[in-house]
Design a protein around this ligand. Structure first.
Ligand SMILES: NC(=O)c1ccc[n+]([C@@H]2O[C@H](COP(=O)([O-])OP(=O)(O)OC[C@H]3O[C@@H](n4cnc5c(N)ncnc54)[C@H](OP(=O)(O)O)[C@@H]3O)[C@@H](O)[C@H]2O)c1
Length: 218
């Protein structure tokens, strides 16, 4: 397989027990120091990508605020184009370049609604967004680095498809539990440990009570 030129980093703040949110959707796991680190990283990548549920739950801006630097292009995977018109992403897309990746499942009504905004709407995939072809399109637009900020379902897709190069996770000093709380990696999962991608621990950084682990693909 020809290696994609697009460099993909998976990023999340997780609890000690591997959750990225509580069962109610509370995901405030980062510290101030960790937010500064994350925002510095955001300023160094071309684009940042999240799944639709993360937008629904967190209503993120996905900009660089706790550090200086440029905002990356924002990308939301939203097969049916159901993103809320009241979301911060939609409200700010006039000022921050935003790509909405949808599939052919999108209704005409949703498409027309979204077309009213200065968004770049990319249609790829039949039932859900075809991530491989999306990455090819991003590459052809000159995007060379992509920060994937979840959630767990999207992280699984990138891992299952072997479409990442690095993982940066912050282990935050919390224990969350909950069968229905979202983990760093959701989806179907691998049956055997040997199916896990081969990754190597590159560095460990302590930010007070939080640990930032940096893994790279081998
Ligand atoms: N702690 C952290 O660092 C952190 C970071 C991010 C998120 N979070 C938390 O994670 C939670 C959300 O995670 P989540 O796993 O529920 O959802 P998610 O990964 O944010 O989004 C999943 C959704 O993306 C859409 N999608 C589009 N194309 C897809 C594809 N090819 N494959 C899979 N999904 C595709 C699907 O909805 P459609 O079918 O409607 O398109 C799917 O349900 C939230 O509670 C959020 O707070 C935490």
């Amino acid at each position: 397989m020809v290696k994609s030129k697009l460099h993909v980093i998976l990023s999340a703040a997780i609890s000690i027990d591997g959750k990225i949110a509580t069962y109610t959707g509370d995901s405030k796991l980062s510290s101030k120091e960790d937010s500064i680190r994350l925002h510095k990283l955001r300023s160094k990548v071309d684009a940042i990508l999240v799944g639709k549920n993360t937008v629904d739950r967190d209503d993120p801006l996905l900009t660089v605020r706790h550090s200086k630097g440029k905002n990356p292009i924002r990308i939301v995977l939203d097969s049916q184009g159901k993103i809320s018109q009241k979301s911060k992403i939609i409200k700010t897309c006039k000022h921050i370049p935003t790509i909405l990746a949808v599939s052919k499942q999108i209704t005409k009504k949703n498409f027309e609604l979204l077309k009213k905004h200065p968004l770049d709407i990319v249609v790829c995939g039949q039932s859900s967004v075809n991530i491989k072809s999306l990455l090819k399109q991003l590459e052809s637009q000159g995007i060379t680095s992509l920060l994937v900020e979840g959630g767990g379902t999207i992280n699984w897709e990138f891992i299952k498809l072997d479409l990442f190069d690095e993982i940066i996770i912050t282990i935050s000093p919390f224990l969350i539990g909950g069968t229905n709380a979202i983990s760093f990696v959701q989806g179907g999962g691998f049956a055997k440990i040997r199916e896990s991608p081969n990754i190597k621990l590159n560095s460990v950084r302590r930010l007070k009570n939080h640990l930032v682990l940096h893994y790279i693909k081998v």
